[in-house]
Design a protein around this ligand. Structure first.
Ligand code: UDP
Length: 329
């Protein structure tokens, strides 16, 4: 299939491009390179530096390349930043998706796989989170993605041939097993990269945010899914989409690990007793979030290859050891 990947120079998008190409698909990438890295784009993908806001250029590109399906990763994804700059998030994430849909409409492209997030659920009381758990976001990032889900429903209702899947990611982690791609966020605030950068000596210490949560060891629990398993799910979903489909899937492994468990696993993988400091809670962190991911397993036969922390962290460690400075630009 001919697939347009938006945000194909970003962490998850770049892994998706690689896997699509390895699965025999033809890939066109757009990325505005504000957060992405040109070097992360697979050499066999066609690359265009383009912004989602440029509806006309997008429509022309979709037509010119004969694109059949869009995987839409391009977005801003820092919760804290979204609280400080909500309009930037609504412009990039929500208005950006509208522009993309308008371009798809003009070009007659009828299939979309959308990167949504467990942040659309907010802080549900019931765990695990299923696809029918009520969605009540608690920050502009979550709302900016929630809005896109609503827009997709409305658009699909108006065009019976349009098909979409909204994939609600939990905590994506790890790097390509062959060492060619990895995570390079600037600034890097995520748990596993922060631990590994500290193990490398690039940070003085790792600060664990909060030890007084109502969890067995007092630290937050999250559901970590390997980036390659996540991208594999995208390909399976894309191949399963039929005209008129509206699909929603949680993407996690369906089990939670505490921050302390991740810390211990990172120490074992790196062989370094990572310097640790206990800090206060980070505002806005819910105590426990993990997925019920049985829907995608039963409907599409998706199986994550990585269900244990250590092998998952080992792929990220390989990347950070070989690319301590990240991508060249
Ligand atoms: N965390 C931490 N120290 C860090 C980064 C993260 O203790 O330097 C904790 C954070 O409070 C949360 C978990 O690790 O409980 C996962 O955080 P991350 O930012 O990776 O993902 P989030 O769940 O916020 O999307």
């Amino acid at each position: 299939m001919k697939v347009l990947v938006t945000g194909g120079a970003g962490y998850i998008g770049s892994h998706a491009v690689k896997q699509l190409i390895e699965a025999g698909h033809q890939v066109v990438v757009i990325d505005n390179l504000i957060r992405g890295h040109r070097q992360a784009v697979h050499p066999e993908a066609l690359f265009y530096q383009m912004d989602l806001a440029d509806t006309q250029a997008l429509a022309d590109l979709l037509r010119q390349e004969g694109v059949q399906c869009v995987m839409h990763f391009a977005a801003l994804a820092y919760v804290g930043e979204s609280v400080q700059h909500p309009l930037t998030y609504y412009r990039n994430n929500t208005a950006g998706a509208v522009s993309l849909l308008e371009a798809m409409q003009q070009a007659g492209v009828k299939r979309l796989v959308f990167s949504s997030t467990c942040a659309t659920y907010g802080e549900p009381k019931q765990m695990p989170i299923t696809e029918t758990t009520p969605q009540r976001p608690v920050n502009p990032y979550g709302w900016s993605k929630w809005c896109v889900e609503q827009i997709l429903r409305d658009y699909a209702a108006a065009d019976g041939e349009f098909a979409f899947a909204s994939l609600r990611y939990f905590n994506v982690a790890g790097a390509a097993a062959d060492g060619t791609l990895g995570e390079d966020h600037r600034p890097e605030t995520h748990l596993i990269p922060s631990l590994l950068l500290t193990a490398l000596g690039r940070r003085e210490k790792f600060v664990l945010f909060g030890t007084d949560y109502p969890t067995p060891d007092g630290t937050c629990i999250r559901d970590y899914i390997h980036v390659e398993d996540l991208c594999q799910a995208h390909i399976q979903v894309m191949e399963a989409l039929r005209p008129g489909d509206q699909r929603y899937y949680n993407l996690g492994i369906g089990r939670g690990y505490s921050v302390r468990e991740v810390y211990e696993a990172a120490c074992r993988v790196t062989g370094v007793r990572i310097p640790l400091e206990y800090g206060p809670r980070r505002p806005g962190d819910p105590p426990v979030l993990y997925a019920d991911a049985t829907k995608i397993r039963t409907e599409l036969g998706w199986q994550p290859r990585y269900t244990e922390l250590e092998p998952m962290i080992a792929t990220a460690w390989q990347w950070f050891q070989n690319h301590p400075e990240g991508y060249p630009e």
